[in-house]
Design a binder for this molecule. Structure first.
Ligand code: ZN
Ligand code: ZN
Ligand code: ZN
Length: 379
């Protein structure tokens, strides 16, 4: 998580993000935002504490007030080094003092008695319960539910970083194609993939799915002890963070020559992925991307085997809003960045998934992954 503090952003960038977040919160009817250590805090302030502990660290954003970071005294020197620190006030507290009373004092200025604050989804209940006790008249809401698009539209620098992370993941795929698959355990190929991601600049590897043969029919299969055999389809899905921004790509390869059916299913998923990508343009609802990809698979009679949404956003995390799913009416906006990753999963047999990160431009989608989407054969 600390890698994001090295991203090329300035205190002014963070100041602008915090102002925008406070404004957006007010627009959503919230009196302010309470941001715990995690992706939102990193994005807003550049601060990622090395450990998240029982000691309260909380960014308090109230429209019209300067941002305040409540932080344990012993961690204040680290917080002061964050890129966004010049744009906020540090309010440190020492062991034995009550940080919740101090935080409640900050919040009391935020409006009448019946106000509501958005709080990070990953805030510890320990902290939320203590805040509720310190300020019992306030209500608390999920920050992500209230402001799902807070981090969704990326600026030019963020898009460059996402493109670089995607290029690094592509480089890892180009190398993994030449390693031996047959006769090795999934976990060994996964270790190779993780090493490649790191070699190409990732500081954090979030997942290296290697799902061979029947394991490929489980989209969430990680890598296990199964020995990969000749004739297996193998779903590879890997990503993590490079310079604070995420990669996430899937390709399905085959060990030796595929059967006609394997080729046909792979072609179908490739066509669906292309249709999902082609649906991307400003103003189109997220659910239209899902519908476009799903229509291809359903039309070929495989609809019941496409068992997940078509995509998810990506940024300082590898999974975040917006989601490409039926029912999501959020229109696409230039700068949004998300996966397009349809799949077909045949229980007990094999699976196929093809995934690219795509960003929305004025004229349509732009892929941030561009390794071949043809079925690749490996040894
Ligand atoms: Zn096969
Ligand atoms: Zn993935
Ligand atoms: Zn994904």
């Amino acid at each position: 998580m600390t890698a994001s503090t090295t991203a090329p952003f300035t205190a002014d960038d963070h100041r602008a993000r915090m102002e925008r977040a406070a404004r957006t919160a007010a627009g959503a009817g919230l009196a302010g935002l309470l941001v715990a250590p995690g992706p939102d805090l990193v994005w807003l302030t550049g601060y990622a504490p090395t450990a998240t502990t029982e000691r309260l660290t909380l960014l308090v954003l109230v429209p019209g007030q300067d941002p305040v970071l409540v932080v344990p005294t012993l961690e204040a020197p680290d917080a002061a080094k964050a890129v966004g620190a010049p744009a906020l006030t540090l309010r440190d507290w020492t062991d034995g003092k009550d940080p919740y009373a101090a935080t409640a004092d900050l919040l009391r200025g935020a409006g009448g008695p019946d106000v509501s604050f958005g709080i990070s989804d990953n805030a510890w209940s320990l902290h939320l319960l203590a805040l509720q006790k310190a300020l019992p008249t306030a209500a608390y809401a999920s920050l992500t539910e209230a402001l799902p698009m807070l981090r969704a539209v990326k600026d030019a620098t963020e898009l460059d970083l996402l493109a670089a992370a995607g290029a690094a993941a592509d480089a890892a795929f180009e190398e993994i194609r030449s390693v031996a698959f047959g006769g090795r355990r999934e976990s060994e190929v996964a270790a190779d993939l993780a090493a490649l991601l790191r070699r190409f600049g990732h500081s954090q590897v979030d997942f290296t799915i290697v799902a061979s043969g029947p394991n490929g029919a489980n989209p969430h299969h990680e890598a296990g002890d199964r020995v990969i055999e000749r004739g297996d389809m193998v779903v590879l899905d890997f990503g993590g963070l490079k310079d604070g921004y995420g990669s996430d790509t899937s390709r399905t390869v085959h060990v030796g020559e595929p059967t006609d059916e394997e080729r046909r299913v792979h072609d179908l998923v490739r066509e669906a992925q292309e249709a999902g990508f082609a649906a991307v343009r400003p103003g189109v609802a997220c659910q239209e991307v899902d519908r476009a990809a799903r229509a291809v698979i359903t039309g070929a009679g495989y609809g019941e085997y496409f068992i997940h949404r078509t995509g998810h956003g990506i940024g300082v995390t590898t999974h975040e809003p917006p989601y490409m799913i039926e029912g999501e009416e959020q229109p696409l906006v230039p700068g949004m960045c998300f996966s397009v990753e349809p799949g077909v999963y045949l229980p007990g047999r094999f699976g196929v998934r093809i995934e690219d990160i795509v960003t929305v431009t004025e004229s349509g989608g732009r892929r941030l992954n561009d390794t071949t989407r043809e079925l690749v054969t490996v040894d």
